[in-house]
Design a protein around this ligand. Structure first.
Ligand code: BGC
Length: 746
C-alpha cells in the first residue's frame, strides 16, 4: 500500500509542479530576491552597453567584462536593440547565448529577455522577410495578411533567439505630417483595432509557449500620433473625450486579445508627459483596461522627465515619478543610472516596495510565460522557421493587395507589355524607398543590408515587359542627381509611349523624418511637371510613408498608383498591377489631402461637412484629393439593395445587413465591401460616417455573392460628455457603397 502511495506521489509530482501557475512561480521567486535584484529586473539597457567598444561596435562583439557588469553586477532584466544594422541569425544566436550563459552564473539564474523592433518583419536579422508597413497592410483590408505577416515576423524573431517584439504600433494616423504615419493603420479606429488585434493574436498565439510565438508590445500608449505640429515627440493636446473615442479603443481591444507588454508615448498630453501620468498608466491602462502585463518606457524617456520635459527637478525625481505612475521597466538604455536612482528612491521611501514588487512580478511572469526559465537559449526547433520560401509568396501577396489604384484615366492601365515605357523618378532604382523605416537598419535607408535579390521598380518592369520596351533616365539610389535631370528626361520621352514616374519618399524613421512641408519636394514636382509637358501620358507611382501633396500634378496625370512602403516585394507588386497580372484591390486607409489648410478626416462632423456658407471662401466640406476608402479596380462591382433583418433593434438585439455584390466587369477582382453608419442626432455631435465593418471577397467576372454583416448597439456607440461609451436611441443610416438604408435603435 505504502509503495502504491509512493508511486502515485512520484507520478503526480510533475503534474503538481506543472499546476503551479506562472504567477505562483513568479511570486515565490520574488520572495527570494534582494532589492538590488528587483531593481535590476526593471532595468533595460541597449546592446551598446555590453558591446566591445560600446556604440562604436558594428559587428555585434560582446565584451565579457561589460556583460558581467550588466547582468551580474546590475542584474539587468532586459537588453534591446542593435548598434548599427541587422545581424546574421548565427550572430544573434551567439549574442543571446553569451547573455543567457552569463545569467546562468547569477545567484537566482533569472534569464534576460531580449527585445527588438520587428515592425514589418524582423528588422534586425539579415535576410528576414519584410512585409508592407502597417499603413499598407491597412489598405489591403485583409486581416489574414496582417496576421500572416505578424506570424512570419514572430517566427523569424524566435528563430533568431529573440522572444519580445516591440510591435504592433497602434497609434492612429490622424496627423498625416507625422513621420511615423506609415507605422499606423491609418485614420480609422475600426480598421486600426481590427488589424492590430489580428497582429497581436498572431504574435502571442493564445499564450507564448510555442516556438512560433513572441510577446507583443502595444505602442505607443497613448496619443503619440497626435502631436500638434506633426513633429515627432512634441506636445499633444487631446481632450479626454477624443482620446477615448479615437485613441484608446485599439489598446483596449489589443489588451483583451492577450498583449503581454505596452510601450509608452514619449511625448506629453495636455502638459503631462505620459511617462509621469499615473492616471493614464495605472488608472486607465492597468485598472480600467485590466492590463496585467509589463509596461515598458520608451527610449530614455524617464530621465527625460528631468532633462527635456522639465517636470522633475532632479534625475531621481524623474525615476520616482515614472515608477509611481506605473512604469514597470525602464528602457534606460545607455547606462545604469535608473538602477542607482531607483535603489536610492526606495531606500528613501519615495517609491513603495509594493510598487517594485508589482513591477518585478509582471516581468517575471512574462519570462515564465515565454518559457525563458525552462530554456532561455535560441531554440533548435525554431531555427528552421527562418526564411521559408513561402514567406516570399506571402510578402508578394501582401504587397499586391496593398497596392491602391487612385486614378486610371480612360483605362490607361493595365498596360500592354508591348508598350514602350520610360521609367523615371528617384524611386525607380531605389530599394530603401520601397521599404521605409525599420528595414535592416533603424532608418531603413542603407541599401547595403538589404537582401541581394531585392528588386527595384525598374528591374521588375524589365522582367515584365522586356529590355527592348523599357528605357530609363535614372541611376541607382534615391538621391543620384541623374534622377532629377529634366533635359535627359525630355529627350528620352520622345521615343516612348508613356512615362512611369516613380516618386515619393526615401526611407526615414522617427525624428529624422520630420518635415515642414507636405508637398512633394520641389525637385520631384519639377520633374513630374516636365514629364507632363512632354505630352506623353504619365503614370505616377507613389512610394511614400505619408500622403505628400500631389495636388497640382494630379489633374494632368493619366494614372496614379499608391504603393506605400510595401516591403520586399513592392517592386514586383507594382509591376503586376501596372501590367494587369494582379487586379488592384487596396483602399486608402486615410484621406489623401489636397493642402495643409484642408486636412479633414472622413469621419468628420456635420459642421465640417457643410460650413457656414456666407463666410467660407475655401469651398468647405470634406474635399480631399482622394477620400478614405478610395481604390479602383480593373473590373466593376455593382451592389444590390441593402436588406435589413429589422427596421429597428432594441437592447442587445443584432441587426443583419445583407446585400448582393456582383462583378459586372470582365475579369476576376478582389474587393472590400465596407459598411458605414451615421447616427442622425446625438448628444455629442455625430460623425457623418463611421466604418463599422468590412469584408474582402473575390469575384469572377459575372459572379455574384451575398455578403452579410451583423452589427449591434456596440457598433453604434460613442463617448458622451460624461466620458461614458453609450448608444443613444434614434435613427441611423447604414451605408455600403452607393446604397443606403435606415433603421432605428430603441
Ligand atoms: C521608438 C520605439 C522603439 C524603441 C526601441 C524608440 O525610439 O520610439 O518605437 O521601440 O525606440 O528601439
Amino acid at each position: 500500500m505504502k509503495k502504491i502511495l509512493f508511486l502515485i506521489m512520484i507520478l503526480s509530482g510533475p503534474f503538481i509542479l506543472k499546476a503551479q501557475t506562472d504567477e505562483q512561480r513568479a511570486q515565490s521567486l520574488l520572495k527570494k530576491m534582494t532589492l538590488e535584484e528587483k531593481v535590476g529586473q526593471m532595468t533595460q539597457v541597449t546592446f551598446a552597453v555590453i558591446a566591445k567598444g560600446g556604440w562604436a561596435d558594428t559587428e555585434g562583439i560582446v565584451d565579457p567584462v561589460a556583460l558581467k557588469k550588466a547582468v551580474t553586477d546590475y542584474h539587468v532584466g532586459s537588453i534591446l536593440n542593435v548598434n548599427a544594422h541587422a545581424f546574421a541569425m548565427e550572430k544573434w544566436h551567439e549574442v543571446i547565448t553569451k547573455i543567457q550563459d552569463e545569467a546562468k552564473t547569477t545567484r537566482l539564474k533569472i534569464p534576460v529577455i531580449y527585445g527588438l523592433d520587428g515592425m514589418h518583419g524582423q528588422t534586425y536579422t539579415l535576410n528576414s522577410t519584410l512585409f508592407p508597413q502597417n499603413i499598407a497592410i491597412a489598405a489591403s483590408r485583409n486581416t489574414q495578411l496582417a496576421s500572416g505577416a505578424a506570424k512570419v515576423t514572430a517566427k523569424e524573431l524566435r528563430a533568431s533567439g529573440v522572444r519580445w517584439n516591440f510591435a504592433p504600433v497602434l497609434d492612429i494616423g490622424r496627423q498625416p505630417l507625422w513621420s511615423r504615419f506609415a507605422e499606423t493603420y491609418g485614420e480609422d479606429v475600426f480598421l486600426g483595432k481590427t488589424m492590430g488585434v489580428a497582429a497581436v493574436k498572431a504574435y502571442e498565439e493564445d499564450g507564448l509557449r510555442n516556438v512560433t510565438a513572441v510577446a507583443s508590445c502595444l505602442k505607443h500608449y497613448l496619443g503619440y500620433s497626435n502631436s500638434r505640429t506633426g513633429k515627432d515627440r512634441t506636445p499633444i493636446y487631446l481632450p479626454e473625450i477624443e482620446m477615448r473615442e479615437y485613441y484608446l479603443p485599439q489598446f483596449r481591444e489589443a489588451v483583451n486579445a492577450g498583449a503581454s507588454t505596452v510601450m509608452i508615448n514619449s511625448s506629453e498630453i495636455n502638459g503631462i508627459p505620459v511617462h509621469a501620468d499615473k492616471y493614464l498608466l495605472t488608472d486607465v491602462l492597468k485598472k480600467e483596461l485590466g492590463f496585467s502585463g509589463v509596461v515598458v518606457s520608451d527610449w530614455e524617456d524617464i530621465i527625460r522627465l528631468h532633462t527635456r520635459h522639465n517636470v522633475a527637478a532632479t534625475a531621481r525625481q524623474a525615476v520616482v515619478m515614472a515608477v509611481n505612475a506605473g512604469i514597470d521597466m525602464s528602457m534606460v538604455p545607455s547606462d545604469f543610472s535608473f538602477y542607482d536612482l531607483l535603489l536610492e528612491a526606495v531606500k528613501l521611501k519615495e517609491v513603495p516596495i509594493s510598487r517594485i514588487d508589482d513591477a518585478v512580478k509582471r516581468i517575471l511572469i512574462l519570462k515564465y510565460k515565454l518559457g525563458l526559465f525552462d530554456d532561455p537559449y535560441p531554440e533548435a526547433a525554431a531555427v528552421s522557421n527562418f526564411g521559408q520560401p513561402s514567406y516570399q509568396d506571402l510578402a508578394l501577396q501582401a504587397a499586391r493587395e496593398s497596392m491602391t489604384l487612385l486614378k486610371n484615366k480612360n483605362d490607361i492601365l493595365p498596360l500592354s507589355k508591348n508598350s514602350k515605357v520610360l521609367i523615371a523618378g528617384p524611386a525607380a532604382q531605389s530599394i530603401s524607398a520601397l521599404n521605409g523605416c525599420w528595414s535592416y537598419t533603424w532608418q531603413g535607408n542603407n541599401e547595403e543590408w538589404y537582401p541581394a535579390d531585392s528588386k527595384t521598380i525598374l528591374q521588375a518592369i524589365i522582367d515584365k515587359a522586356g529590355e527592348k520596351n523599357v528605357i530609363t533616365t535614372t541611376a541607382k539610389g534615391f538621391n543620384d542627381p541623374a534622377n532629377y535631370n529634366i533635359s535627359t528626361l525630355k529627350k528620352a520621352a520622345e521615343n516612348v509611349d508613356l512615362i512611369i514616374m516613380c516618386i515619393g519618399e526615401d526611407a526615414y524613421a522617427e525624428s529624422p523624418g520630420n518635415i515642414r512641408e507636405m508637398a512633394l519636394p520641389e525637385e520631384q514636382q519639377q520633374l513630374v511637371k516636365a514629364a507632363l509637358l512632354t505630352g506623353k501620358p504619365v503614370i505616377l507611382v507613389l512610394t511614400e510613408g505619408r500622403p505628400r501633396f500631389i495636388t497640382e500634378l494630379e489633374p494632368s496625370s493619366s494614372g496614379i498608383l499608391m504603393a506605400y512602403w510595401s516591403g520586399k516585394k513592392t517592386a514586383e507588386a507594382i509591376a503586376d498591377v501596372l501590367y494587369g497580372d494582379y487586379n488592384p484591390s487596396g483602399r486608402l486607409p486615410f484621406s489623401y489631402p489636397k493642402s495643409i489648410g484642408e486636412i479633414v478626416l472622413y469621419d468628420r462632423k456635420p459642421t465640417e461637412e457643410v460650413r457656414e456658407v456666407f463666410n467660407d471662401n475655401a469651398g468647405g466640406g470634406y474635399d480631399p484629393l482622394f477620400p478614405f476608402g478610395h481604390g479602383l479596380s480593373y473590373t466593376t462591382f455593382e451592389y444590390g439593395d441593402l436588406q435589413l433583418s429589422s427596421q429597428s433593434i432594441t437592447g442587445n438585439e443584432k441587426l443583419t445587413i445583407t446585400l448582393k455584390v456582383k462583378n459586372t466587369g470582365s475579369r476576376f477582382g478582389d474587393h472590400s465591401v465596407e459598411l458605414y453608419t451615421r447616427d442622425m442626432y446625438a448628444s455629442i455631435t455625430p460623425s457623418m460616417k463611421r466604418l463599422r465593418a468590412f469584408q474582402k471577397i473575390g469575384l469572377n467576372a459575372g459572379e455574384s455573392k451575398e455578403v452579410s454583416f451583423v452589427i449591434d448597439k456596440n457598433d453604434l456607440a460613442f463617448v458622451n460628455a460624461q466620458l461614458k461609451t453609450v448608444t443613444e436611441p434614434g435613427d441611423f443610416d447604414v451605408m455600403i457603397g452607393d446604397r443606403k438604408a435606415t433603421f432605428s435603435y430603441q
